[in-house]
Design a protein around this ligand. Structure first.
Ligand SMILES: [Zn+2]
Length: 306
């Protein structure tokens, strides 16, 4: 399973509009509340993998945030309701108040690498939802304030009644291959030596296959034939869905677009096998397993079926 996928909750979407049921679950002492502070999840446990999400009972959670703080219904774990609560208003909840000394708030990307697949999936859902609410307090149509509805899955404009829904932005990320070599690139902002699969946003009026071919042509001037789907990964930074693909190159001629990338390179399969083990080869390395790029390169390098 690729991290951020594999969410174990029953999202119970039919319950979101039942305000009485949501409110009862929100106060039910057996419910669990997942606090996020300034988009950072709360982790508990020893400083080695796996750590766990710090899930709270409603009473403690209420003391951390005002009544207006966004509380989003994530779903049901068996009969237990799980919510995410934005406690960004608190000044330093890991040091003061009821959570002091119990754990720490961590950058979501780092946190996802030290918790279980299940907990990483909850981080993805909670982070993307809270982030969306933080950025959509005003109506893009008329500019008036919007209000959270449906346990977090809709915002309603108080003036023009426009409805707004949590967004997911599709991004294609693709490994171009030609026989025994694959194409990787280094973004200008990447750490030295880090190479990854090329990626870009799908544009309006475009299919996934068209986006794959366009991005590879724009960034590396590589012509592509067949495109095949691999897998997807939720990527909550802030709201992407990474759509992993393989793309058959029609030649190895490349020309990097220097506005987008620092460098592109063809890498032989034997080298790719070493890179996915975390080794550096000629100063080159590839992303860790938190990134779908790692899994694309691994699957191709090991000749696994997809
Ligand atoms: Zn409006």
């Amino acid at each position: 399973m690729i991290p951020f996928g594999g969410n174990p909750l029953n999202r119970a979407s039919e319950k979101r509009t039942d305000a009485k049921w949501i409110e009862a679950k929100r106060r039910d002492p057996s419910s669990l509340i997942f606090p996020m502070w300034r988009l950072e999840p709360f982790l508990v446990g020893a400083e080695k993998s796996p750590m766990e999400l710090g899930l709270l009972r409603p009473g403690i959670a209420d003391s951390l945030a005002g009544a207006e703080a966004p509380c989003i219904f994530l779903g049901l774990d068996g009969d237990t309701a799980v919510f995410a609560l934005d406690i960004s208003e608190a000044s330093d909840p890991a040091k003061e108040g009821p959570l002091a000394g119990l754990g720490s708030f961590r950058d979501a990307r780092m946190a996802a690498q030290v918790v279980s697949i299940k907990d990483a999936a909850l981080i993805a859902q909670a982070k993307a939802m809270i982030d969306w609410h933080q950025r959509h307090g005003f109506c893009p149509r008329c500019g008036a304030p919007t209000k959270m509805m449906d346990a977090g899955y809709r915002r309603l404009c108080g003036k023009c009644n426009a409805e707004h829904f949590p967004r997911v932005d599709p991004v294609v990320i693709m490994l171009a291959t030609d026989g025994e070599a694959c194409l990787v690139g280094r973004g200008k902002q990447f750490p030295p030596g880090m190479f990854s699969a090329l990626a870009g946003f799908v544009e309006p009026g475009e299919t996934i296959e068209e986006a794959v071919r366009r991005e590879l042509m724009e960034e590396a001037s590589v012509k592509i034939g067949e495109v095949s789907y691999y897998a997807t990964q939720p990527w909550p930074f802030p709201s992407s869905l990474m759509i992993g693909c393989f793309a058959k190159a029609l030649s190895r001629d490349v020309k990097v677009d220097e506005n987008e990338l620092a460098e592109v390179r063809w890498v032989e399969r034997t080298v790719a096998r070493e890179l996915i083990e975390g080794k550096q080869v000629d100063g080159l390395r590839v992303p860790p397993p938190i990134a779908i790029a790692h899994h694309l390169i691994r699957t191709w390098a090991l000749g696994e079926k997809f």
